[in-house]
Design a protein around this ligand. Structure first.
Ligand code: HEC
Ligand code: HEC
Ligand code: HEC
Ligand code: HEC
Ligand code: HEC
Length: 186
């Protein structure tokens, strides 16, 4: 942990004590969230982002928020329900991996939600509101990389820094956003 952001953090002393406690409780959650092993097994359906969101010939060029539709109005970007997928896949079988589309249909027919494996996660003691970042004009790619060129998401973008608060703070200083402990921790 770098120390520069602690300078001037006297007001944060009690917050820090509290966080040290939360941190211990949170250690296991975080280890899971950061461990590649937590998602190395892949996704329950090999969902290709590039085929849906890419703009190459044969790709559908869908807007990210067509599926992650709560990003601009809530804390979580959200994942689409299988109904949204079925809107197309009722009639699109999938030319190369039809068995993956069949899995989608099976979950849907059983009325089960798809158990997608979570990839991007910060500790519970920190707060990240998507809508504030989208309203400020930031692009998904600035934090998640060029998702529209990726096949099955199986690891975080190499440039991701969300589990190191220096990443958040340096952009906040650059963009004139708050670096007050209380906006991100409570
Ligand atoms: C057709 C719907 C659809 C579109 C369009 C789409 N996504 Fe996704 N996205 C999903 C699904 C389903 C998942 C969960 C499976 C996975 O992780 O690949 C997901 C997962 C993600 C995740 C990882 C979430 C986690 O687990 O932490 C990110 C980040 C993401 N999408 C960003 C984007 C961006 C950026 C775009 C636009 C370039 C985009 N998505 C377009 C459906 C979509
Ligand atoms: C706007 C229409 C649309 C929506 C919504 C949509 N898809 Fe697709 N999907 C497509 C098209 C088009 C293809 C390419 C099919 C092909 O090449 O035959 C595709 C391909 C796929 C494939 C790969 C199949 C293959 O043969 O390579 C999978 C898996 C898939 N979609 C799952 C999903 C899931 C899961 C969702 C919801 C999160 C979803 N799709 C939402 C249009 C859509
Ligand atoms: C400023 C950086 C940043 C931007 C911009 C951003 N995200 Fe995120 N995203 C994050 C962080 C941080 C998390 C983890 C949040 C948490 O654990 O509470 C996350 C988590 C997610 C997740 C999984 C959890 C959830 O929120 O449902 C999805 C999906 C996602 N982002 C999609 C998107 C999409 C789509 C966009 C663009 C519309 C976007 N993100 C823009 C930083 C960002
Ligand atoms: C690429 C730049 C960038 C990154 C990275 C980034 N943010 Fe932000 N953040 C912003 C901007 C810009 C705003 C909007 C400020 C405004 O609305 O005035 C913002 C706003 C916020 C707010 C609302 C602040 C308030 O005043 O209420 C919170 C909370 C927040 N960010 C948390 C985080 C966390 C946690 C991370 C790291 C996981 C993070 N941000 C990463 C640019 C960024
Ligand atoms: C822009 C958002 C943001 C601001 C402002 C912020 N933090 Fe953080 N902080 C984070 C994030 C994100 C993490 C890492 C979460 C994770 O591990 O996933 C973190 C982690 C921490 C940790 C745990 C350290 C560790 O190694 O995990 C402490 C303690 C902490 N912050 C204290 C503070 C104090 C004190 C301040 C004010 C001087 C502050 N933070 C300001 C976002 C922020």
């Amino acid at each position: 942990m770098t120390k520069h952001w602690l300078i001037g953090g006297l007001a944060g002393v009690s917050a820090l004590a509290g966080l040290a406690f939360v941190r211990a409780q949170d250690a296991q959650t975080r280890a899971n969230a950061e461990s590649p092993a937590a998602y190395a097994a892949g996704q329950p359906i090999a969902f290709p982002h590039n085929i849906h969101a890419g703009s190459e010939p044969g790709q559908s060029n869908m807007d990210c928020q067509y599926c992650h539709f709560s990003a601009e109005r809530s804390v979580d970007a959200g994942l689409p329900p299988s109904e949204l997928c079925m809107g197309c896949h009722q009639v699109i079988p999938g030319a190369n991996n039809p068995q993956e589309v069949d899995k989608l249909k099976d979950y849907h027919a059983r009325g089960e939600s798809i158990p997608w494996v979570r990839i991007y996660k910060i500790s519970d003691h920190a707060h990240f509101p998507h809508m504030r970042h989208i309203a400020a004009g930031l692009q998904c790619q600035q934090c998640h990389g060029e998702v529209q060129t990726m096949e099955v998401l199986s690891s975080r973008d190499p440039a991701w820094g969300g589990n190191n608060m220096g990443w958040c703070i340096s952009c906040h200083r650059q963009e004139g956003a708050s670096d007050d402990c209380a906006v991100c921790h409570y």
